[in-house]
Design a protein around this ligand. Structure first.
Ligand code: FE
Length: 345
């Protein structure tokens, strides 16, 4: 296997390729370095089959969609990833193969709900779930320190002791570690109970990442052209969240809400289907098309997407435009389907 880390900086991008077939994959590419990656792939005479983001990043713009456009790579992320234009949604235990290189997907939520790790047999790419003598923060974007502890202790640190660990970030100049080393010396984990870990992670008091608004919202919506002025985190946190059952009850009520589905057209008619009576308005078009719905400014409006994340952005935008009663379908069509509520395709 050809293996390189391509950034030589705090953010890590890994190239893995099969030496026989020259088929390659990139893990966590940066948008700003896409030209460099294409050049490296050409230098090694490799064909990029897959781009895998280990999670929705908050600190840099993903290079996934540019690589998809430029060289036809397929973008793979976990089922829970909120963004559109993902070619392959993966689940725990799934295999990804490029030539003779085989990766097993481990769903390792906690840093984000869509965090995955990728295990090759001698090494594991841990995203921001497990870092070198650290762990990724779990205090925004759906982070859950308890889930993160379970992912690390139950999945990552049960891999063989000599497994090499390659994280998505390192801030101290290290390149990798091992499962044995992290078990013995990770200061956040060694000797800590789950409760102690949760307590520690809930009290880190870290400032939010510098580029969080522009990077996180661009990455979760695939909108990078400035067509949407993203709402602030505090506006997002004010959006009223409804369970699928609550949404269904309102739809069956005397004054049913206006239902706006902000996914892309291919998702609206795709595998998750859509809710009867919902109107497709892709998030990108919402600011200019909101005027079509001014009649509903005093009515109940419920916004829907894949995972309930893009639609939270949409709900905050609509509230900012004067819509008075906007709510969001929490967990989106993923949770709607999981609740076995009816869909149309
Ligand atoms: Fe991250």
């Amino acid at each position: 296997m050809l293996f390189r880390e391509l950034n030589r900086d705090k953010c890590k991008t890994y190239l893995l390729a099969c030496e026989q077939t020259r088929k390659a994959l990139l893990i966590d590419p940066l948008k700003e370095s896409v030209g460099r990656y294409v050049a490296v792939l050409a230098y090694y005479a490799c064909h990029l089959e897959y781009v895998i983001d280990t999670h929705t990043h908050a600190d840099h713009h993903t290079g996934a969609w540019d690589l998809r456009d430029l060289v036809g790579a397929r973008v793979a992320m976990h089922q829970r990833a909120p963004a559109p234009h993902i070619d392959v949604h993966v689940e725990d235990g799934q295999q990804i193969a490029v030539g003779g290189v085989h990766l097993r997907v481990l769903h390792t939520p906690g840093h984000t709900p869509d965090s995955i790790s990728l295990y090759t047999g001698d090494r594991v790419f841990t995203g921001d779930t497990l870092l070198i003598h650290g762990t990724g923060r779990a205090d925004f974007a759906g982070g859950d320190p308890g889930a993160q502890y379970d992912s690390i202790m139950g999945k990552l640190l049960t891999l063989p002791d000599d497994t090499l660990v390659f994280p998505a970030h390192d801030y101290r100049g290290h390149t990798h570690t091992t499962v044995a080393d992290e078990k013995a010396h990770n200061p956040r984990l060694a000797g800590h109970s789950r409760a102690a870990y949760v307590e520690l992670m809930n009290n880190l008091g870290l400032p939010l990442p510098e580029k969080i608004q522009e990077a996180l919202q661009a990455n979760l919506s695939a909108i990078e052209d400035g067509s949407v002025h993203f709402p602030s985190l505090s506006k997002l946190s004010e959006v009223r969240q409804l369970t699928p059952q609550e949404v269904q009850a309102r739809l069956a009520g005397a004054a049913p809400p206006l239902l706006l589905d902000v996914r892309e057209p291919e998702e609206f008619s795709g595998e998750l289907g859509h809710i009867h009576g919902s109107i497709p308005v892709p998030l990108k078009e919402l600011p200019e098309r909101a005027a079509e719905f001014t009649d509903a400014k005093q009515r109940d409006v419920i916004v829907v997407c894949r995972a309930g994340v893009r639609s939270t952005t949409a709900a905050a935008l609509l509230t900012g435009l004067g819509f008075e009663h906007v709510a969001n379908l929490r967990g989106g069509m993923l949770d709607w389907n999981a609740a076995q509520l009816p869909v149309e395709r």
